[in-house]
Design a protein. Structure first.
Length: 106
């Protein structure tokens, strides 16, 4: 079974047992996250058509276990104007949260 969820403005295709990276957020001591904004739920093995939401599938949710936080690769933001002596360089590393999908409820 698979689902397409919306989180922080991005759409992510997930399946049970899969590990994904999402934008970091404050979860406190919680070990389980629940995603309620499910756009599509389908099953590759069955002949039944996928449930498509308008915009979300009613009653569907995806449960995930929080594994930990990590940082992405560093990107350089460079501003430059030719012949003006204007150069600015700034680095950025995005924070992510690694989660493991434990269950999909249609």
């Amino acid at each position: 079974m698979y689902a397409i969820i919306e989180d922080s403005g991005t759409q992510i295709k997930v399946a049970e047992g899969e590990e994904i990276a999402i934008d970091r957020r404050d979860v406190g001591d919680e070990k389980v996250l629940r995603f309620d904004r499910v756009l599509l739920v389908g099953d590759a093995e069955s002949d039944k058509p996928a449930k498509i939401g308008a915009p979300y599938v009613k009653g569907a949710s995806v449960a995930a276990e929080v594994l930990g936080e990590f940082k992405g690769t560093k990107i350089d933001v460079i501003k430059f104007k030719r012949r003006k002596g204007y150069r600015r360089k700034q680095g950025h590393r995005q924070g992510y949260l690694r989660v493991k999908i434990t269950g999909i409820k249609a």
